[in-house]
Ligand binder design. Structure first.
Ligand code: ZN
Length: 253
């Protein structure tokens, strides 16, 4: 039985679908609307998490699930989901298992990176995955109000915001944003032996890691709510970096 599914397909999505899951292939341009036929039994039918399921999850299990989902992404095992049905089923409430603070980089599709469907993840995005009052409020809402078990700060390689901070770019409101990455630049500079410049990939990586750690510190320092939840073992606050070449998310110690 065939089901006609029409949706906007990004190149990334097409690439991620395993060949046997598609009954036909189409050549697509960036951001164009296309129609493909997908066998109905090749669609992963799952429901968004319920409150009861979310309550049973332990933070450490959520991290394991994120890692398993990322393994699917890396191994090109993303599955077409029953998205339309999930949209309807999730309309009355949401009980996501984690909140990811990610950069806004278009090359880091967070839900895909963790092979996650509608209703499973909160995603807060801001250039350079920095922390400010509104982001903190969003993280607190995710965990304290909506029951998410993990706060994951996700940095990524080749981050434009990190590079701009290293270059000390001054431009409009970007300046204020980059100021929040400067502490990470300073920390990375301390022990770095090579050239501390944006053209040096190794240094950019060091700053990226330092920036993730800095955001985690800021969360703990500036959110007594999240700090307390972490102390009680209700949540885990952790960091990771997305590898642009492999798609792998490396969790930081
Ligand atoms: Zn970035």
């Amino acid at each position: 039985m065939m089901k006609k599914v029409t949706f906007i397909i990004s190149i990334a999505m097409m690439v991620s679908c395993r060949e046997e899951k598609l009954s036909s292939h189409v050549q697509v341009q960036n951001d164009t609307v296309n129609t493909v036929s997908i066998r109905k039994d090749h669609i992963l039918v799952t429901e968004p998490l319920t409150a009861a399921e979310q309550a049973k999850l332990k933070p450490i299990d959520v991290i394991k699930r994120l890692q398993e989902g990322n393994k699917d992404f890396v191994e090109d095992n993303l599955t077409i989901r029953n998205t339309t049905e999930r949209v309807r089923n999730a309309s009355l409430g949401q009980f996501p298992k984690a909140v990811v603070l990610s950069c806004l980089d278009s090359r880091v599709p967070v839900e895909d990176v963790f092979h996650s469907g509608i209703g499973n993840l909160f995603v807060a995005r801001v250039a350079g995955n920095i922390v400010n009052d509104d982001i903190l409020g969003s993280l607190e809402y995710s965990c304290k109000v909506s029951g998410a078990k993990v706060v994951l700060v996700l940095g990524h390689e080749y981050c434009g915001a990190v590079k701009s901070a290293i270059k000390n770019v001054k431009l409009g409101n970007i300046t204020t944003l980059l100021d929040k990455i400067q502490p990470a630049v300073a920390v990375a500079k301390k022990d770095f032996k090579g050239e501390a410049i944006a053209e040096n990939e190794q240094f950019v990586e060091e700053v990226c890691d330092a920036n993730v750690y800095h955001s985690i510190d800021e969360i703990r320092k500036r959110s007594p709510i999240l700090k307390e939840m972490e102390k009680k073992g209700e949540i885990i606050i952790c960091g990771a970096v997305y590898n642009m070449k492999t798609g792998k998310v490396e969790f930081l110690k």
